[in-house]
Design a protein around this ligand. Sequence first.
Ligand code: SF4
Ligand code: SF4
Ligand code: SF4
Length: 314
Amino acid sequence: MAIGEGTASANQARHRHVQEGREVGFFTDPTVCIGCKACEVACKEWNRVPDDGFAWSGNSYDNTGALGASSWRHVMFVEQERPGGGSVAGLSVEGERVDERTAAAAEPEPGEPLVTVDPEDGDAFRWLFVSDVCKHCERAGCLEACPTGAIVRGENGAVLVQDDVCNGCGYCVTGCPFGVIDRRPEPLEGAGGAFKCTFCYDRQAHGHTPACAKACPTESIQFGPLDELKEQAAVRVEELRERGFGDARLYDPVDTSVEGLHAFFLLLGEPETFGYPPAPEVPTVHLRAGWTSALLTSAAALAAVLLVFARAAP
Ligand code: SF4
Ligand code: SF4
Ligand code: SF4
């Protein structure tokens, strides 16, 4: 189903993806996200995730800050500056310009917004909202690092943490290349254990769409069979490029050891702008090389010691 199909969309329909063993995913399209955070709230409510404080950041509407043990969805508010554009650039201070890009504009009165209008260049700023989540990686660093087997793979592609098996060692935290999974601190419920998005497996098992996608009013978060979502996403990128968004791209690192994501994203701009590594790797791929070099170093040190003793012997 395409964006804007409302109640006829895949997000609203019942499904049997779990029963049929079909790999599913999220395609997140920030170009239609309005930053309402309904996804964050729906996730908290359905999964009874405890609050992790009501601190105001003071410099953004994004007071969630980052994904964590008690924030399984996080709507990023990304402000992008695009030199040369025309838009509200700031308030004048005693008539002085605060941004040299406004030099061509008429002199403003103190306290007036500095506005340049240059339709050729587009907006000087753009504000992007991206609803971030666990990527449910095809090859998951958290799962590979877990020594107790607490993290398992579901038949629909989900990566799940079993609370009752997790011993809170935190290996998964360092194993995730996206900084998603984390341990829950005192005094919150489940303190010490590692938590992250469950892909709403419980909802999916009963034919329901994950709570975040179901609640999204603009279908910025689309849920469905992974192969269909990937086709849909490719069409959307082409459409955006034709409409002038030349930097539209998909973030789905299939060529690295992560081997692709079950929650992939459309981005306007470089992945780093959104805090995503351009080429994420599963840390455990370096284990063999690490152990080999440690063994070789130990063998060389032992040989050197034996040589010294052999030479010192009468
Ligand atoms: S490695 Fe990170 S992003 Fe991938 S499934 Fe694990 S927690 Fe999610
Ligand atoms: S899939 Fe479920 S657990 Fe994961 S972010 Fe969405 S609502 Fe939360
Ligand atoms: S993804 Fe959907 S629900 Fe979440 S903030 Fe954007 S528009 Fe709102």
